[in-house]
Design a protein around this ligand. Structure first.
Ligand code: KG4
Ligand code: ZN
Length: 342
């Protein structure tokens, strides 16, 4: 089965072509970073317009690179939510129209399911069951993943997502958008032990987390110290986030009796987080899997793959194209249960 995947939930237009026999054939991505940079964040209307401009040429390029034509497709998968409404509508309309014209089914994929399954696209894919740590710009969650579609939320942030904390802290340090990668570059030359930043909720006894206090602590530090401390502040900030996520990850493995952690989402690209998790979990005999860097942030390959998993395991997820809704806010567990009630 050959599946085209379309991602347009935020500021990346991503297309992927996945063959259930041969694996990922090709992918193409356009990032809107340069477009939104001047505004210090994603401007939804500009994002939608840019998706419209990019999406068809990217679909053409992906098919060409994969040596396939539209007629070879068996299904189209697209991100149906959560995300920016206008941006989601672009991917949804293109996917639905394509499928309608080709007479093939569509499947609306949950963006987080795409992230969650993306490590399975890498080399040496992890086996089920595992604990997933989803760390993106909008989410920070621990999930018990027992199979495709079988997701149990174990705990999540009660306020800011880790990626959001990276972006806001970067802004306080005067770094350009998107903040996460810029902050981690600055942190490379800093001393992570110079400032003891707060690690809230470590003793909460559950798997919930809080990251909004960190930016307040950083804001106070920035005011009281000169510019020379910025690299140390960035490194200390990263160390605090990596520390909280690693300690909670250990608790998540302990409480589920699992020995495997899979990290997904944009913050999973962070080097210090990768090192801290590998080191601390390795010491306890647990394994950590990270998706390849290019699959950590938003991309079309993970949507094509999630669509393929869905269709393979729950053929009822396939729909005839034509009538569709997008879900700017969407709970992953509700989505999973609607397709395959337990
Ligand atoms: O998964 P993603 O591409 O989009 C969402 O679905 O949110 O994640 C984007 C988030 C942003 O907050 C970005 O700053 C963060 O991931 N990010 C990073 C790094 N690369 C991206 N955070 C820390 N270190 C990085 N290297
Ligand atoms: Zn994402």
């Amino acid at each position: 089965m050959l599946i085209l995947g379309i991602e347009s939930s935020c500021d990346e237009t991503g297309i992927g072509l996945y063959d259930t026999q041969a694996g990922l054939l090709s992918e193409a991505l356009h990032s809107q970073v340069a477009l939104h940079e001047a505004y210090g964040g994603v401007v939804p209307e500009l994002a939608s317009r840019d998706h419209i401009r990019r999406i068809i040429p990217l679909v053409r390029k992906t098919l060409q690179d994969g040596n396939r034509s539209l007629q070879d497709l068996d299904a189209v998968a697209y991100t149906a939510g959560p995300g920016l409404a206008g941006a989601l509508l672009v991917g949804a309309s293109v996917a639905e129209s394509l499928a309608l014209a080709l007479g093939i089914p569509v499947v609306g994929v949950h963006h987080l399911e795409g992230h969650l399954l993306s490590p399975l696209l890498g080399e040496n894919p992890p086996e089920f069951p595992f604990v997933a740590l989803l760390v993106s710009g909008g989410h920070t969650q621990f999930m018990a993943v027992r199979a495709v579609g079988d997701y149990e939320l174990l705990g999540e942030t009660v306020d800011d997502a880790a990626g959001e904390a990276f972006d806001k802290t970067a802004q306080l340090l005067g770094l350009p958008y998107p903040g996460g990668p810029a902050l981690s570059r600055l942190a490379e030359g800093g001393n992570p032990e110079r400032f003891a930043l707060p690690r809230p909720m470590l003793q909460s006894g559950d798997l919930h987390m809080s990251f909004s206090g960190l930016k307040t602590a950083v804001s106070l530090l920035v005011k009281s110290r000169g510019n020379d401390a910025h690299a140390d502040i960035a490194a200390s900030f990263e160390a605090a986030v990596a520390d909280v996520l690693s300690q909670k990850a250990l608790q998540a493995l302990e409480s589920t009796g699992m020995d495997r952690l899979v990290v997904a989402g944009g913050v999973g690209a962070n080097r210090r987080l990768r090192e801290t998790l590998s080191h601390r979990l390795g010491r306890r005999g647990a394994r950590v899997a990270f998706p390849p860097l290019r699959l950590c942030t938003d991309n079309g390959a993970m949507i094509a793959y999630a669509g393929a998993c869905r269709l393979g395991r729950h053929p009822q997820a396939a729909r005839q194209p034509g009538r569709f809704t997008i879900h700017p806010r969407w709970n992953l567990q509700e989505y999973a249960q609607a397709i395959a009630p337990r």
